[in-house]
Design a protein around this ligand. Structure first.
Ligand code: PLP
Length: 438
């Protein structure tokens, strides 16, 4: 690989200068491991990018993809269909909470968010309430990188270069001093949902289309919802006739130990987004899942039946190969009972990650299901540096973890063994100790 020219590829969400001086190239994935360009085995401590819970190189998924490619490699998604998208939609409906009955396919999390925002505005306009256009997101929320998702998102670093986005305001995040080192759902913070009432007073519900939150934020360093918080958001949305959208791009299909955050936390949104785990990462695919009522209003308002009811969609929406991958990946999750496995092993993961409490620089640890976030003491004026140093050190030791903001995130594959989880945690601890000595 030494003669590979790295100069042309402008890499996404990557420190290009640092990477190209010291590349971390992965060339193979099998089970819970990658192999890098030097032939070293690397434990996948983030399941790809929260995508590959069932492990890499799953034969069932790969065979479904290959067979689909050889049968129907592409079919136009506008005005024509193929059977697999209907089959996959039915599976998605089975695995998401009952009441969410209609599925619209996209190709990524970011597209899914922008799709759901357009659906929410279209819904209100079709209902004769066109002033309901504003969105309420949450500070520290991550909803991808397109303009809609940026607008409802709450991570300043991701937004500041890009100017105006959609009309959005934000409720506070739920990171509280008194919740530090909570296990699972923190006890304090349900009251923070009441801040939504303040924004309703400010903007008026007649101007608000929807509230958009991740049931558990992953990108901001794993922030499980405080007890009672999501229920309170639901109540306030009901009171003011505002749609509640759960962005389940990370929490959908197993990471929480349930098929969705909505199921795990017992709160029903009006609309939900999924992506990542839906194909186990093998092919890009996302989906919006909504209550029938939302679909019905579009259909009823659609004019003569030859008219398109929702003028939206992507060239690759419901791509047949992606649908084949989705069907195989969801079948595999169910057949191997991997979501139940996460539920059963989540207390083990919790115990293990919290042993890092006394490690150098650790200021907080949060966890839920197979997701853990560790916050680290900042270098003066450089909050992003220590997580980067930790991530690189772990990689040198054969472990991949994700760094972002002042945190590192861990999300081991659902198929990880207890020994593998313990080794991952030990390597993080060992690396922190070495950083403290350097
Ligand atoms: C909650 C959430 N929404 C949206 C996205 C964006 O997904 P994508 O990177 O596939 O566009 C992500 C990605 O991490 C996410 O975590």
């Amino acid at each position: 690989m030494n003669d590979l020219d790295l100069s042309a590829h402008w890499m996404p969400f990557t420190a290009n200068r640092q990477f190209k001086k010291n590349p971390r190239l992965l060339v193979k994935g099998e089970g819970v491991h990658y192999t890098d360009a030097e032939g070293r085995k690397i434990f996948d401590g983030l399941s790809g990018l929260w995508t590959c819970g069932a492990g890499h190189g799953r034969k069932e998924i790969n065979e479904a993809i290959t067979s689909q490619l050889n049968t129907l490699d592409y079919s136009p998604g506008f005005q024509f269909g193929h059977p697999l998208s209907f089959e996959l939609a039915n599976k998605v409906v089975e695995l998401t909470p009952s009441g969410l009955d209609k599925v619209f396919f996209t190709d990524s999390g970011s597209e899914t968010i922008d799709t759901v925002l357009k659906m929410a505005r279209g819904y209100w306009r079709n209902k004769g309430q066109p002033s309901k256009t504003k969105f309420i997101g949450r500070h520290k929320g991550y909803h991808g990188v397109n303009f809609g998702g940026l607008g409802v998102g709450g991570i300043g670093f991701n937004r500041k270069l890009f100017g105006q986005t959609v009309e959005a305001d934000h409720i506070p995040h739920t990171v509280l001093e008194e919740n530090k080192f909570s296990r699972g759902m923190p006890e304090n913070g349900a009251h923070l949902a009441d801040e939504l009432e303040e924004l309703v007073l400010l903007h008026d519900a007649s101007n608000i289309a929807a509230v958009v939150v991740e049931p558990m934020s992953g990108t901001s360093g794993v922030l499980p919802p405080p007890r009672g918080y999501l229920d309170r958001l639901r109540q306030i949305c009901d009171k003011h006739d505002i749609l509640l959208i759960f962005d389940e791009v990370i929490t959908g299909f197993g990471r929480m130990g349930s098929y969705s955050g909505a199921e795990e936390f017992g709160v029903m949104p009006d609309m939900m987004t999924v992506a990542k785990q839906i194909t186990n990462g093998a092919i890009p695919l996302g989906a919006v899942v909504v209550k029938s009522e939302i679909y019905d209003i579009f259909v009823e308002s659609g004019g003569p039946d030859y008219m398109v009811e929702f003028p939206h969609g992507y060239t690759y929406s419901a791509h047949p190969v992606a649908c084949a991958a989705g069907i195989a990946a969801l079948d595999l999750l169910v057949r191997e009972d991997l979501v139940q496995r996460v539920k059963e092993m989540s207390s083990f993961f919790e115990e293990s990650i919290h042993t890092l409490r006394s490690a150098p620089f650790v200021t907080d640890i949060r966890n839920y299901g197979f997701a853990g976030g560790i916050s680290l003491e900042h270098y003066p004026g450089e909050p992003l540096r220590r997580p980067f140093e930790l991530g690189v050190k772990c990689f040198e030791k054969g472990y991949y973890v994700r760094w972002g903001g002042d945190t590192v995130q861990l999300a081991p594959p659902f198929v990880s063994t207890k020994d593998q989880i313990d080794s991952l945690i030990n390597v993080v601890g060992e690396s922190l100790n070495e950083l403290a000595k350097s």
